[in-house]
Design a protein around this ligand. Structure first.
Ligand code: ADP
Length: 473
């Protein structure tokens, strides 16, 4: 047998619809049959009571002591149910005083029950000797000073016949109704699911190469429209990250190509023109410089791709930002001296922050290294550490060319350089600030370019420890 859950949705919906409808109709038929039975039984017993009253008036004793009944009274012509009227009259001792022809000698109701017919009419359903089920109404009566018990019964078969007719007609009609409902239900389900099928077939056509396609949204407020909208927004995000990935790959290859071709041309020129060991040394030196640049770039790219893959998890510790700034300053000291720059480090050594020390160091290194790279010889770089509004803040300001306002939002984008030619000379690929931004954000920190009178000023911040717990004094 096919399992229901493996059927297509519209077939399942139709089956469920038919099943529920069938159950409801069957319940309705059963209810109708019950009400019909109740009404007919009620009607029959009313007729029987009326008839007992009539019989009471029509009974008489003949002079020889026999009981006589003039049965020529009205016959409830409006009802087919009362044709089989049976009458029996008993004495309190159980002697049969009268039995009408329809009883055909059969006893009606057997022995007299203790309170039968006393203080009103007794009603019950009973069987005749031939198995006929009848509705029996009894009543005690005094006729010519003698107590008698009148029993009057109607065959209940007509009631059952009516119910049978109803059930037969209903159960013949039921499959037809169900088939029609199933047909209509199937088409309804098909129509309702058509937009879903449309969405599915469109979705099947969407591949990594044509992520620009979107699903049709006919009615944005219904469930299918909602699904299509959600799917479209997933596609938006997917397209965006695909685009970003493509841009990253092409930018990265472009950046890799530049130092590689520089190495090649320096090597070629060196081979052709160098004659003395000093010239060869010079060529090798230039090549090594490019190799260094290439190595830095590859390291940065590796770091970015590891970060994108979520492989770098910040390990939070409490540390002093001023210590980190001093460390970075020491590393860059040679470059600072080379360019005759002035590096001024100051700040509060008590300020402590909570974050990943290595990632923070990397961010400070990238920003400070930029300051060293872009500040012309003889300039000044000032680094200060303070605590402000629950954050440990590092200000890095230089007296270099500055970052024009329109570029400030973009300098944190990958591969973004304000002046590509100028930056190339200084060796940057436009990745340093994007790495710094990521390194700080991943641990709850922030980096911004600040307004400054001259040069460039960066503000780096991480949550101060005092923001988490009161500082010990
Ligand atoms: P790069 O490796 O090229 O330095 P970054 O992402 O670190 O890349 O910086 C992006 C761009 O922002 C740089 O190319 C440079 O044009 C500009 N920039 C960054 N820091 C400074 C600064 N201190 N002074 C002037 N320009 C800067």
């Amino acid at each position: 047998m096919i399992e229901l859950r493996f059927l297509p949705l519209r077939a399942r919906l139709t089956l469920w619809y038919m099943l529920v409808l069938g159950a409801v109709v069957a319940l309705y038929i059963a209810g109708t049959a019950f009400v019909l039975y109740w009404q007919l039984s009620h009607q029959l017993s009313r007729f029987a009571i009326q008839d007992v009253e009539t019989v009471e008036g029509l009974l008489s004793f003949t002079p020889d002591g026999h009981l006589n009944l003039n049965e020529n009274y009205h016959n409830h012509p409006q009802s087919r149910l009362v044709l089989e009227r049976m009458v029996e009259v008993l004495s309190p001792s159980g002697t049969v005083l009268y039995r009408n022809e329809r009883l055909d000698g059969r006893a009606l109701g057997g022995a007299i029950l203790p309170k039968e017919g006393v203080n009103g009419y007794s009603e019950r359903s009973t069987l005749l000797s031939d198995g006929t089920r009848v509705l029996l109404v009894s009543r005690r009566h005094i006729l010519a000073g003698r107590p008698i018990i009148i029993r009057l019964a109607y065959n209940q078969k007509p009631i059952w016949s009516r119910i049978e007719e109803l059930l037969t007609a209903s159960f013949i009609a039921l499959p037809v109704v169900l088939a029609m409902a199933g047909f209509a239900g199937y088409h309804l389900a098909r129509r309702s699911l058509a937009p879903l099928e449309e969405i599915t077939s469109r979705a099947e056509q969407i591949t990594a190469d044509n992520l620009r396609q979107r699903l049709p949204v006919e009615n944005p407020r219904d469930e299918v429209g909602h699904l299509a909208r959600v799917f479209n927004s997933v596609l938006d995000r997917l397209e965006e990250s695909f685009e970003r990935l493509k841009r990253f790959t092409s930018d990265a290859s472009h950046e890799l190509r530049t130092p590689l071709s520089a190495i090649r041309s320096v090597g070629e020129v060196g081979l052709q023109k160098s004659e003395t060991p000093a010239e060869y040394q010079d060529t090798i030196g230039s090549m090594l410089e490019e190799v260094n640049r290439l190595t830095r770039l590859v390291e940065n790219l590796l770091e970015i791709s590891r970060a994108d893959a979520g492989q770098i998890r910040p390990g939070l510790t409490v540390f002093s930002p001023l210590d980190v700034v001093r460390e970075v300053g020491a590393v860059l000291d040679v470059l600072v001296e080379e360019k005759a720059l002035q590096l001024r480090l100051s700040g509060d050594a008590d300020v402590t922050v909570k974050g990943d020390r290595l990632l923070f160091r990397q961010a400070v290194m990238n920003v400070l290294h930029n300051a060293v790279k872009y500040t012309p010889a003889g300039g000044t770089i000032s680094v200060g550490v303070t605590e402000h509004l629950g954050f440990g803040v590092v200000h890095i300001a230089d007296t270099g060319p500055g970052i024009p306002r329109e570029h400030r939002g973009k300098v944190f984008d990958r591969f973004y350089r304000i002046d590509a030619a100028r930056a190339r000379d200084t060796g940057g690929a436009g990745l340093g600030l994007s790495i710094a931004k990521w390194a700080l954000q991943v641990q709850g920190g922030e980096i911004k370019v600040e307004d400054s009178v001259e040069g460039t000023a960066f503000r780096i911040q991480l949550p101060a420890v005092s923001a988490f717990q009161p500082k010990m004094t």
